[in-house]
Design a protein around this ligand. Structure first.
Ligand code: ZN
Length: 275
């Protein structure tokens, strides 16, 4: 496992019995490319395996939790297109299956309690990071949105929407692309609590330390009982199914425009600039 100095975008430290993972790419609003996601996954592995860690906190540096996927193609992203720029759906499916759905399901089932501390904007792919966590604490300036219908997609890869909000609010969020406030998210049960921004970090750590006092095996099994209940209700199968549906929209976009999404990022930003 690389030390902090060898990682580019993610920091990891242990505070008493709490493993703290920090998204540390604030200059890009913690946008996620492959290096970012692999480093994040490695830090979750480290915290999950450590006997010194009983609870894991995921937080973000900067004004915003995360702007979602980093769509810029450079040497930190895999090559998923032909030399002529046309796209392979099979390569994209495989990559997203591993890096979005796969990581999300893996983090969801880490056998230790996980807490996300969220401030500022949490957009689209950012939801792939927070929904697999067990508890979410939101700063009072946090907002949550999945505006990718504007890009010709049907929602992000980890379809927590319906489970987190219920069908009607999930549809409203997807159909309009509107950002949900922290207060709305609390009311609907998507976040556990909303705190003033300056209290986000102390509050998250206090909760983590409180939980860390309990027996780790009891915590592990309490988590397993809840997750297993969701899976018996169909969550695991539904997440897989929604991921495949998501890829029909990538396939449609590729067939129409040669690119996995329909609108350009600038178009989307223009449409959403008032939000
Ligand atoms: Zn996708």
């Amino acid at each position: 496992m690389a030390a902090d100095a060898e990682r580019k975008y993610i920091r990891y430290e242990v505070d008493e019995r709490v493993g703290v993972i920090t998204l540390a790419r604030p200059e890009k609003a913690n946008a996620q490319n492959e290096v970012f996601l692999d480093e994040l996954d490695a830090c979750f592995d480290l915290a999950a395996a450590s006997r010194d860690v009983r609870v894991i906190v995921l937080r973000a540096e900067g004004k915003h939790f995360s702007a979602g996927h980093d769509l810029k193609v450079d040497d930190e992203q895999p090559k998923l297109a032909n030399d002529d720029g046309s796209w392979w759906l099979s390569e994209l499916y495989d990559w997203e299956c591993r890096k979005y759905l796969g990581f999300g399901l893996k983090w969801r089932n880490i056998p230790k309690p996980t807490i996300a501390a969220v401030q500022g904007k949490c957009i689209a792919g950012a939801l792939n990071l927070i929904w697999p966590m067990d508890l979410i604490i939101a700063a009072d300036n946090a907002t949550f949105s999945d505006p990718v219908v504007a890009l010709g997609a049907c929602g992000v890869e980890y379809h927590g929407h319906t489970w987190e909000f219920g069908a009607r609010k999930a549809k409203e969020m997807l159909f309009t692309g509107r950002a949900m406030t922290a207060q709305e998210a609390e009311q609907i049960g998507m976040v556990n609590r909303v705190v003033p921004l300056e209290e986000l970090w102390p509050n998250a750590m206090a909760l983590a330390h409180e939980i860390s006092q309990f027996h780790p095996f009891a915590l592990r099994q309490a988590k397993r009982a809840v997750n297993q209940t969701l899976d018996v209700m169909g969550q695991h199968a539904a997440l897989q199914s929604a991921f495949d549906i998501h890829h029909t929209t990538h396939g449609n976009a590729i067939s129409v425009s040669g690119y996995p999404v329909l609108a350009s990022l600038d178009d989307m930003k223009g449409r959403l600039k008032d939000q």
